[in-house]
Design a protein around this ligand. Structure first.
Ligand code: HEM
Length: 504
């Protein structure tokens, strides 16, 4: 009897107790909320206890239309800056190009990169993305010289890109996932450009582990000793990739030391065409092997996910906009028609005579950029338009929210490559300059962390589109959809049937 009574009491009491605790917790959290979003900070709400507004953001970004998340908050709080709570932290979300400029331009002075430790472990502490200060400046400029200089692109990178794109497209099956094929192309390119390795068993092996490593960036970082989880597998794969790169760096170092004595034909060929390892080996700083490996590995990651996604999305948007596809085909066929030999590679002059293709690339970057924005942390109190963003606060500078703002782009939520005709890449719609001096088109970021692959990525996408439209036609094989979480991508990788019209 007593047991029954106590059980009833428990059954009644537990829910009430839970209710009371929840109400108290919510009240405490509200008070905390009021305290933590201070009058001086941009207005906002911190959402639910602990999770904040993270689940709402994820839910929105898993659909084809994530914009309501930012739209609703901007409307509610009456501006392009609002405070929210994401991934465990109070965060100022910015859809304001002027604030984004302050964030990008304030690197190292008032803001700095902020990555969860799970990500730093995968990247390695000597990666460019995590480097700071003078060393970052030096390495960033070295990477820029290597990948963004027109002279280097013209003489080395473009011929390599042409060759690797053709080699891949030549062996395409009739049905494929475009994203997978695009990733294979950019991986082979990266391997050639960074470490001068051609296709083959070594490269395929590296790609195998590398794919596991990449999955780790988009997984829940459960303890790494749980090797059966995605994150645990990624940590193991990172070790394998780093070991392979370390072996290569050591071999090349030894070769370099013995270079003055005997030089093999392969070395002689390579020394004419320096790769990234050569650059690192001769750099004045005298990098350690570990520094070189981390640096190379992060370059693989940075260049490999972004470019193939844009290649795939450009193809998808072209297929959805037949008049744009017709015009782009006309432009590319014209370039091919002028070649005396039908298999002649594309050169710099060809690349520079693709104005509509550049419009399509710009519009793809604007409409569905893979990097929707960047997280930073304030390292000093930052004052902006009457608000104070306190030291230690996280900010998210959203490029996407600016790119899709109808205040800056007419019919901003429509794919319209023609809007870019007669504009250079950094100029806003209709030749209008910028918003209050701040750029409104920032797919490659800006400031000290401006993407060093901005030109290389463009060239790769242009060459890919050239051979895609001049040699193939394609149709969708399976219904697919565009999602934005954890990254912008076609959920199934855009499965298509291709028909070859021309050999390559
Ligand atoms: C369409 C293709 C690409 C897009 C949209 C893109 C976009 C971006 C963006 C927005 C950033 C800035 C991140 C930040 O400020 O935190 C960035 C940084 C970076 N990107 Fe790219 N990227 C592309 C291709 C490439 C390629 C091909 C490379 C290879 C060289 C590359 C290497 C890097 C590196 C190393 C950084 C870090 C720079 C630093 O922190 O100093 N990217 N990229």
């Amino acid at each position: 009897m007593a047991t029954f009574a106590s059980s009833v009491i428990h059954q009644l009491a537990y829910p009430s107790l839970l209710l009371i605790i929840s109400i108290l917790a919510l009240a405490a959290f509200r008070r905390l909320n009021r305290k933590r979003v201070t009058a001086a900070m941009p207005p906002g709400t911190l959402g639910l206890p602990f999770v904040g507004e993270t689940l709402r953001l994820i839910k929105a970004y898993r659909t084809e239309d994530p914009e309501p998340f930012a739209d609703e908050r901007m409307r509610r709080h009456g501006g392009r800056l609002f405070t929210t709570h994401l991934f465990g932290e109070r965060t100022v979300f910015s859809a304001d190009p002027e604030f984004n400029r302050v964030v990008l331009g304030g690197e190292g002075r008032i803001f700095e990169g902020s990555y969860p430790s799970s990500m730093s472990t995968l990247l390695g502490r000597h990666s460019l993305v995590l480097m700071k200060g003078a060393l970052h400046k030096r390495m960033h400029s070295l990477t820029l010289t290597r990948f963004a200089s027109p002279a280097v692109i013209r003489s080395h990178l473009l011929p390599d890109i042409d060759r690797v794109v053709r080699r891949n497209l030549r062996s395409w099956p009739a049905s494929l996932r475009l994203l997978d094929q695009a990733k294979k192309i950019t991986f082979e390119l990266t391997v050639e450009q960074l470490i001068s390795q051609g296709p083959g068993e070594w490269t395929e092996n590296l790609r195998h582990y590398y794919n596991f490593l990449i999955d780790g960036f988009f997984s829940v970082p459960l303890p790494s000793f749980l090797s059966f989880t995605t994150y645990g597998r990624a940590i193991k794969a990172r070790k394998k990739v780093a070991e392979a790169l370390m072996e290569l760096v050591r071999r090349r170092k030894e070769e370099k030391m013995g270079e003055s004595v005997v030089e093999s034909a392969a070395e002689a060929e390579r020394s004419k065409k320096k790769d990234m390892v050569d650059e690192l080996l001769v750099a004045e700083e005298g990098f350690t092997e570990e520094e070189m490996v981390d640096f190379l590995l992060a370059l693989f990651v940075a260049g490999h996910e972004t470019t193939p996604t844009i290649m795939t999305l450009a193809a998808k948007f072209l297929a959805d906009n037949p008049s744009a596809l017709v015009l782009l085909k006309k432009e590319q066929n014209e370039i091919r028609r002028k070649k005396t030999d039908e298999f002649e590679a594309l050169d710099w002059k060809d690349y520079k005579s693709m104005p509509f293709t550049q419009c399509v690339i710009n519009e793809t970057l604007r409409f569905a950029n893979i990097i929707g924005g960047v997280f930073r942390r304030a390292i000093a109190d930052v004052h902006f338009k009457g608000y104070t963003i306190p030291k230690g606060c996280k900010v998210f500078a959203s490029f996407r929210a600016v790119h899709l703002d109808s205040h800056y782009y007419e019919e901003a939520r429509t794919f319209n490559p023609w809007r870019w005709l007669n504009h250079n890449n950094n100029v806003s719609k209709d030749g209008g300059q910028e918003a209050g001096g701040a750029p409104i088109f920032t797919p490659f970021g800006g400031g000290q962390r401006l993407c060093p692959g901005y030109e290389l990525g463009r060239v790769e996408i242009s060459v890919f589109l050239h051979y895609l439209v001049t040699c193939f036609s394609w149709e969708v094989a399976e219904k697919d959809k565009l999602v934005f979480f954890p990254t912008t991508r076609m959920l199934k990788g855009y499965p298509i049937h291709v028909r070859r019209h021309h050999s390559l």
